[in-house]
Design a protein around this ligand. Structure first.
Ligand SMILES: *Cc1c(COP(=O)(O)O)cnc(C)c1O
Length: 364
């Protein structure tokens, strides 16, 4: 179907073309000068001591877990309300994901429930910074310290999100940010892994580059695979980092327009904003009673939206984990009531007014 308004749209244009042209003229298309510049920029922006690239957020989570030594027989605590990759990255290391319910107000991991899920096999916790804001890292760090757990942050959606002054993804042992097409900044596919720990960084470098430190050498001290990106992608990424402030500004403006136009409607609520950090809207997330009907209503006006995540404990592929549905009230409820409205940089004021008018008409 051809939509009038798409649920997402990458903010790419002239700036990316200029750098891409340079890559083509250089003829250096694998990781090279642009990858270095891109990484430097991400490091100085996030404050991470070390950063390395991965081909996407899913595989970035996977090798980060490997670098932390997670594998067969281990358990990793993760929020029940996230994209499937948070959980599958754990499963593919041989470990078991253990799902914790989230806060009904905003989908962030409910730190009050964590103790209940600790067993002698628990080795790590993976907070997910969902829908544009950070999980409560102070509580998560205290919990992890108490039980001797590693922390791997899924900050796939979190570029530009700070928790008490620290960029998400730099607070735990290791963190990842995705650059998939619908994330805050994009390289098409791609990701960065952040850490302040030189040992983890070295492990990641071996793992991502065929078990050796430098390409061109054919002795491989360790086992590794190919998790690299390309300079074509990093040229786009560099331009995107330079446009981030603009992207953030437009998204916040769009988000605030929605809040103003829909905020008066008593039957709609927005996800609650935590006080400890900023938000960089990923989508505009609202909760209403007849979410599915509203999604269909907006479809009929060529407005594309998305539902919320389907709880991980209910995923057909995780049936074997035999989770107890009654432990996950909030993830179930968010999934039933949630709608993601478009907030991307291709929208103008009239578009958002149009969407809000259609929503208001439906609510009556
Ligand atoms: C997008 C996303 C991922 C996976 O990133 P890809 O780059 O698409 O592989 C993981 N976790 C969350 C929360 C995401 O939104």
């Amino acid at each position: 179907m051809a939509y009038k308004i798409f649920q997402m749209e990458p903010f790419v244009g002239e700036e990316e073309l200029v750098y891409l042209e340079e890559v083509i003229k250089n003829k250096w298309v694998t990781e090279g000068p642009f990858s270095e510049r891109f990484l430097e920029r991400v490091k100085s922006f996030t404050g991470a001591k070390y950063a390395t690239l991965a081909n996407n957020g899913t595989l970035a989570l996977f090798i980060s877990l490997l670098a932390l030594g997670i594998g067969e027989g281990d358990e990793v605590i993760i929020p029940n309300f996230s994209f499937i990759a948070s959980a599958t990255s754990v499963v593919f290391t041989g470990a078991k994901p253990v799902f914790v319910d989230v806060k009904g107000t905003n989908g962030l991991i409910n730190t009050d429930l964590l103790e209940k899920y600790v067993t002698p096999k628990t080795k790590a916790i993976m907070p997910v910074h969902i829908y544009g804001q950070g999980a409560d890292m102070e509580k998560i760090c205290d919990f992890a310290y108490k039980h001797g757990l590693k922390i791997i942050e899924d900050a796939a959606q979190g570029y530009g999100v700070f928790y008490k002054g620290n960029h998400v993804g730099t607070i735990g042992d290791v963190g990842i940010i995705s650059f998939f097409a619908d994330k805050t900044i994009t390289t098409g596919e791609g990701a960065v892994i952040l850490t302040n720990d030189v040992e983890i960084y070295d492990k990641l470098r071996y793992l991502r580059n065929q078990g050796r430190m430098n390409s061109g050498s054919f002795t491989h001290p360790f086992l590794g695979m190919n998790f690299r990106m390309t300079d074509l992608q990093c040229a786009i990424g560099l331009a995107q980092t330079e446009k981030f402030k603009k992207i953030e500004g437009i998204k916040l403006k769009n988000y605030n327009q929605y809040r103003k136009l829909l905020g008066e409607l008593p039957t709609i609520s927005f996800l609650e904003e935590e006080k400890y950090g900023n938000i960089v809207p990923f989508r505009v997330n609202i909760l209403i009673d007849k979410a599915l009907d509203l999604i269909n209503h907006l479809e009929s006006f060529s407005i594309q939206t998305r539902g919320f995540f389907y709880p991980l404990h209910k995923q057909p592929c995780f049936k074997y984990l035999n989770c107890n549905d009654s432990d996950y009230y909030n993830s179930n409820s968010l999934n039933e009531k949630g709608i993601c409205l478009p907030v991307h940089c291709g929208l103008n004021e009239e578009d958002i007014t149009f969407i809000c008018n259609k929503i208001a008409a439906f609510m009556k």
